[in-house]
Design a protein around this ligand. Structure first.
Ligand code: FES
Length: 129
């Protein structure tokens, strides 16, 4: 699976207030797709739920650091890490479903506010300054 790394625009005032960063074209992240993206030093994944909601989150699974651009699969409204089957909803809440169907809480992952504007997916990255 090709990994796309595109930063088209970067807000020049990061560090003083959170800025919107263009990550990918909206049509590059279809329903049920996951794409890797980079913004500065941040490794991110951009994915779209089966209902069409876009989500931008940290790329590394908080369990054992697998890259969700390679190991992540969309399952409905969650991103599943296929390494050990932790899953994350669009708020970043982590869980794992055991063989009997019980859902146990696991570690959470950082999620960034995002939007689609003019056909592009943008994320507001955390203030790092
Ligand atoms: S590395 Fe993702 S579930 Fe283990």
């Amino acid at each position: 699976m090709p990994v796309l790394s595109v930063v088209v625009e970067r807000c020049t005032d990061r560090g003083t207030r959170a800025g919107w960063v263009v990550l990918l074209r909206g049509d590059e992240v279809g329903v049920g797709r996951v794409r890797a993206a980079e913004a500065g030093a941040s490794d991110l994944v951009v994915w779209r739920t089966f209902a069409g909601q876009v989500c931008v989150m940290e790329a590394r699974c908080p369990h054992l650091w697998s890259h969700l651009g390679a190991e992540g699969v969309v399952d409905g409204d969650e991103l599943l890490c296929t390494a050990h089957f932790w899953r994350f909803d669009t708020s970043g809440a982590g869980s794992k479903v055991n063989v009997s169907g019980r859902r146990d809480r696991k570690g959470d992952i950082a999620v960034y506010e995002c939007r689609e504007r003019n056909g592009m997916i943008e994320a507001r990255l955390a203030n790092d300054g």
